[in-house]
Write a protein that binds this ligand. Structure first.
Ligand code: M6R
Length: 606
């Protein structure tokens, strides 16, 4: 949930360290700190605030160093204060440590260390690590051995980067269940929470596995097991992402850029290896019991997919939020757990997968980040190839996952003989039209959505309504509104409204309705009944609907009329409107778009 970066080189690395940690800021941005090796002394600077602010305020770029580590924090243990900011040092100032993860036995370790005379300056779990290193080093005079002893005492999860005055040209790092990788350049070696730490310098990565530690120097690296201390042979993973893709490219925010990238990411998804999708469809077909699993937005992707599998493949597949999976799912050897994750590092989803694996279930995943924990954990992975998603709010990744789920449901439909080849081909043709339709919606409707969002930006409560597959569209659009604009938005199925929530409707609660094309008569009419119920109570309704040739004139207080499209892709078009509406509301409210308060991109803690 935090960002870690470390760099070792021949010349001054302060600037490189700055760029790397700034690229990881989306992982957490409460506070930031660095430790630089200056000859045989550590320079530590840390404070509350963003990376640029801290580097500037603490004048870090003026410090010369060939080895350094940096951290950008999303607080778990201890409030956001300078004392609780990483790095942490040992009493003797010989070790500096940055950490991502949670140590579950830190209280026990801390009490023991205090009893031995160590002095603690923070409320964090992390601070036990430099003190343990100091203690063990004093016993054995060997940094590597002190590290191994320390790691074996830690319970919980960690990704660590450490520097020590005893080896001023090296970085030590280790991992258990928190992401960490090495970047292997010719002149520079890196450690980072993800590729964004070093993608500007090298595309050669080594993924550190659970139970492994590594020692990096300018011209070499070694990876070992901290259980056996034996060397582990690692292969280089080539990062296929383009570093330019991780830049803003003229857009005011990553969120807008990533929304505008959707036509391209859909095109990429449509080119995914069909044999691989077929294999996954086959796994679904063979399993007695299948679950769709994700959390936050990816839970809504799963809920969306549930409708697709029912309608296109005639198979009901439940969706479970991964944080509730172990309490709810019944899993055995005949079960398949199909997870969805942008980062591939989400703690709740990894926990669900581990639970499923422990019961002998088969596992699969649709993931954006190659080399991520989930992509390596599952039996079958589909890498969606949507490129880096930097904004904390997921748009293009989730959207593309929905498209991939459509492809999968269509393939399953064919296998189960629910669809005939002609229907399958027609659906594929409709999907191929989708990038162009979305491009023109973005080009032609953004201005209107901007105006509506701006006019109603002061509304504090929104009801987001949809029926059928438009219900998860409403849920996901409402989540976008909450996380980027900090505006209360409640996603609900239209039918559910009259069972309680209708009582809330007044001039302080506005409604947005995602209406299906009128060709889907039953769903369309049911959706309009919900609108009537609200309008009869003088509630305000913003209707998003398809060209209905003047039907329902005057029904909505505000309306956006979309071009007629195939019913298969219609809910996806509506979702783009939901994304833009949240974005423009947030810009009107002057929110921190790409880094909303209290959130982080990958939630690697439970
Ligand atoms: O990386 P993942 O897709 O596994 O992340 C799951 C959720 O944490 C994530 O979707 C979260 O809800 C986002 N902030 C949504 O925009």
């Amino acid at each position: 949930m935090c960002g870690i970066n470390g760099v070792v080189g021949l010349n001054n690395i302060s600037e490189v360290l700055f760029e790397g940690i700034r690229n990881l800021e989306y992982r957490g941005y409460d506070s930031c700190g660095v430790a630089l090796m200056n000859k045989k002394h550590l320079i530590v600077r840390k404070n509350i605030g963003g990376v640029e602010e801290i580097f500037h305020r603490e004048n870090i770029l003026s410090k010369k160093s060939r080895v350094g580590i940096a951290h950008t924090r999303w607080a778990t243990h201890g409030t956001v204060t300078q004392e609780n900011t990483h790095p942490f040092t040992s009493c003797d100032g010989a070790f500096a440590v940055v950490h991502n993860g949670i140590l579950s036995n830190y209280r026990f370790l801390r009490d023991g260390l205090i009893g031995e005379g160590h002095q603690f300056d923070s409320d964090t779990d992390t601070e036990v690590i430099p003190h343990l290193l100091e203690k063990h080093y004093k016993e054995c005079n060997d940094v590597e051995l002190a590290l191994v002893k320390t790691l074996n005492m830690l319970e919980g999860t960690f990704a660590l980067a450490i520097i020590s005055i005893y080896h001023p040209d090296q970085i030590f790092c280790a991992r258990r269940e928190s992401p960490l990788m090495l970047g292997i350049g010719d002149e520079l070696k890196f450690v980072g929470s993800d590729f964004n730490a070093f993608i500007d310098y090298t595309k050669n990565a080594i993924i550190i596995g659970d139970g492994e530690y590594a020692i990096l120097s300018r011209d070499s690296y070694v990876v070992k097991s901290y259980l056996t201390q034996k060397e582990v042979t690692k292969s280089i993973t080539k990062i296929e992402w383009d570093n330019e893709a991780a830049k803003k490219g003229g857009y005011p925010h990553y969120m807008l850029k990533e929304i505008y990238e959707q036509p391209q990411t859909i095109t990429t998804a449509l080119e995914l290896d069909s044999a691989s999708l077929d294999e996954l469809a086959g796994m679904i077909q063979k399993s007695e019991n299948v679950y769709l699993v994700g959390v936050g937005t990816t839970f809504y992707v799963s809920k969306f997919s549930k409708y697709l599998f029912s309608s296109l493949a005639g198979q009901f597949i439940p969706a479970i939020s991964s944080d509730e999976f172990t309490s709810l799912a019944t899993v055995d050897k005949k079960t398949l757990v199909l997870t969805v994750s942008q980062s591939g590092e989400t703690f709740d989803t990894i926990s669900a997968l581990k639970h499923a694996k422990s019961k002998g279930a088969k596992t699969a995943a649709i993931v954006n980040v190659m080399g991520s924990s989930i992509s390596r954990l599952v039996d079958k992975v589909i890498l969606q190839g949507s490129g880096p998603e930097i904004c904390v709010i997921s748009t293009k990744a989730a959207f593309t996952q929905m498209v991939i789920m459509m492809l999968l449901a269509l393939r399953l439909g064919l296998k189960r003989k629910v669809l005939v080849r002609k229907e399958f081909d027609e659906s594929l043709a409709a999907l191929r039209e989708l990038p162009g339709i979305i491009q023109s919606i973005l080009n032609e409707r953004s201005g209107f959505i901007h105006r509506v969002a701006h006019n109603y930006a002061k509304i504090k409560n929104w009801l987001y309504l949809g029926r059928g597959i438009y219900y998860p569209v409403a849920l996901e659009s409402a989540l976008k509104m909450k996380e980027v604009a900090y505006v209360h938005a409640e996603g609900m199925s239209g039918g559910f409204l009259k069972h309680g929530t209708l009582a809330m409707v007044d001039d302080e609660v506005n409604t947005i309705v995602f209406t299906p094309p009128c060709g889907d008569k039953e769903l369309y009419e049911a959706t309009l009944r919900s609108v009537e119920e609200i309008r009869a109570r003088s509630g305000f309704v913003f209707g998003i609907h398809f060209n209905e040739k003047g039907r329902n004139k005057g029904l909505f207080n505000e309306e956006l009329i979309l071009p007629n499209v195939s019913p298969l892709v219609a809910p996806l078009i509506q979702l783009v409107i939901g994304q833009l509406f949240a974005y423009f509301t947030a810009t009107s409210l002057k929110r921190n778009i790409d880094k909303p308060r209290f959130l982080a991109k990958s939630v690697t803690v439970g």
